[in-house]
Design a protein around this ligand. Structure first.
Ligand SMILES: Cc1ncc(COP(=O)(O)O)c(C=O)c1O
Length: 461
């Protein structure tokens, strides 16, 4: 669509030296010092680029497969591309832009903070950090927050906390249980907890990821009981093995929009209590209101010791948090864990703005009402096209519909919806995911359902 012409940038060619021709390091360094820096390209100009877009990204590592779209502005649930095409956004930066795009309160909070002070490090007090931590604790089961910058980092902090907690209890070989098809992030420990072999491929040591992780089938109580029994009964010769934590998403997002089962979580809670372990909920995708309650665990009537948040926490401004309650909240002391950017004034000001908006505008009620509207709408479309669509699942504004035809996989449906002007994103291998901003209106949901139906109809015929 947008990649018609190749555009080779002279500066890319000029800066590149093949490894075999490289001069010794000292010469290269002095040459760099003497040379004037190449200025960055003009952002406005780059944003307008329609032809040869792909070449502009030659210096970006190819870790992502991208749709051929360049978003240049947004408003509420709408995004506009550089060729002035408007899309209804039911992706929201992958369940992140809770308040939609260009929210005035969020923009003002970040801009105001930027003009005061945006980063000082955790050597000093940061009022926005205190305000956000207080709001998070007053509106959850947690007693204390640790701030970081992403979901993976929040989970990494939770994993470290679980290990230290176990170590304090004399366990030298702490085991963390997570679920098959889970997703916890791409840093090494969070990735090890992510029980999806495709993400582990090529990152092991002797074929193994980080030791101390075991996996069960999500929602399978019997498997969980057996695995815990195995962990506590098998002891190494050189120490004490024990259950450190059970770490689960309240609803598996990337795994295909699979809600947790309250009985499974109740059993996990019971086993953690029995063995002095921590129940840890990954709320990165479902937290901050997406399920219609502030936290996903509230849908399961379970109290975790630790939960993690990111994505919607800053409404699209990068921030993560690892929340802990009771004994778990005092496991870390000064120097035990840290992050340079963690809890910086800018990100926390964004978090406070999101928190205030959710509190002042009864957003959770909207999530519940719009979520039901999407569920009913999707079930109606699925009933009309039973050979294309299957199960409709989810809570609040995280909904998925299964693509059951081999000929019409989820990716194809997402592509057809895009042609209709609706942005969606697959989840797992065969689910089409609907995660609009939490402020989506009734009219926008109706419009999305119409566009979705047209897309399915087109593919089915
Ligand atoms: C449940 C869950 N945990 C963790 C992560 C990782 O978050 P991040 O990409 O911010 O590191 C994700 C991202 O999709 C997620 O859905």
């Amino acid at each position: 669509m947008l990649f018609r012409l190749a555009l080779v940038l002279p500066c890319l060619a000029a800066g590149f030296v093949a490894p075999s021709q490289q001069t010794p390091r000292s010469t290269v360094l002095s040459a760099t010092v003497e040379k004037e820096l190449v200025p960055p390209r003009d952002l406005d100009e780059l944003s307008k680029e329609l032809e040869g877009t792909q070449q502009l990204y030659d210096n970006v590592q190819t870790t992502y497969g991208r749709y051929p779209l360049t978003m240049v502005s947004g408003n509420g649930c709408r995004l506009t591309t550089n060729d002035d095409t408007e899309f209804l956004d039911f992706v929201s930066g992958i369940a992140t832009c809770a308040l939609g795009h260009n929210n005035p309160a969020l923009a003002k909070a970040v801009s105001d903070q930027m003009q005061k002070v945006h980063h000082v490090s955790n050597l000093y007090y940061v009022p926005a950090q205190a305000a956000l931590a207080t709001w998070l604790c007053e509106n959850s089961v947690a007693d204390k927050a640790f701030f970081c910058n992403s979901g993976a980092e929040a989970n990494e902090a939770a994993i470290k906390l679980a290990r230290r907690h176990a170590s304090n209890n004399g366990i030298t070989h702490p085991v963390i249980i997570s679920a098959h098809q889970s997703f916890h992030g791409r840093t090494m420990a969070a990735l090890t907890a992510t029980a999806q072999p495709k993400y582990h491929k090529g990152f092991g040591f002797g074929g193994k990821m980080i030791p101390g992780f075991e996996y069960v089938t999500y929602n399978n109580i019997e498997e969980l009981e057996q695995l815990v029994e195995k962990i506590v009964s098998e002891q190494p010769a050189d120490g004490k093995q024990g259950l450190a934590a059970i770490m689960m998403e309240a609803l598996q997002g990337e795994g295909g929009i699979k809600p947790g089962n309250p009985e499974f979580f109740a059993k996990a809670r019971e086993l953690c209590d029995k063995h002095g372990a921590l129940l840890m909920c990954d709320e990165v995708q479902v937290g901050m209101g997406r399920t219609g309650t502030l936290w996903g665990y509230e849908n399961l009537d379970v109290i975790p010791d630790v939960f993690t948040s990111a994505k919607a926490l800053g409404g699209g401004v990068p921030i993560g948090a690892m929340m802990a309650r009771g004994d778990a909240a005092t496991v870390f002391g000064p120097g035990d864990h840290a992050s340079t950017y963690g809890g910086n004034p800018l990100a926390c000001a964004a978090g406070v703005a999101v928190a205030k908006y959710l509190s002042d505008n009864n957003v959770l009620a909207n999530v519940r009402a719009r979520g039901e509207q999407i569920r009913e709408g999707l079930e109606a479309v699925a009933a009309k096209y039973p050979t294309v669509l299957g199960d409709v699942r989810g809570w609040g504004l995280i909904r998925g519909v299964e693509a059951i035809s081999d000929d019409i996989p989820a990716g194809k449906i997402v592509g057809a919806a895009m042609e209709q002007g609706l942005l969606l994103v697959p989840a797992g291998t065969n689910v089409v995911r609907f995660v609009p901003p939490l402020i989506v209106t009734e009219a926008e949901v109706n419009e999305a359902l119409e566009k979705f139906e047209k897309a399915v109809q087109q593919l089915a015929n």
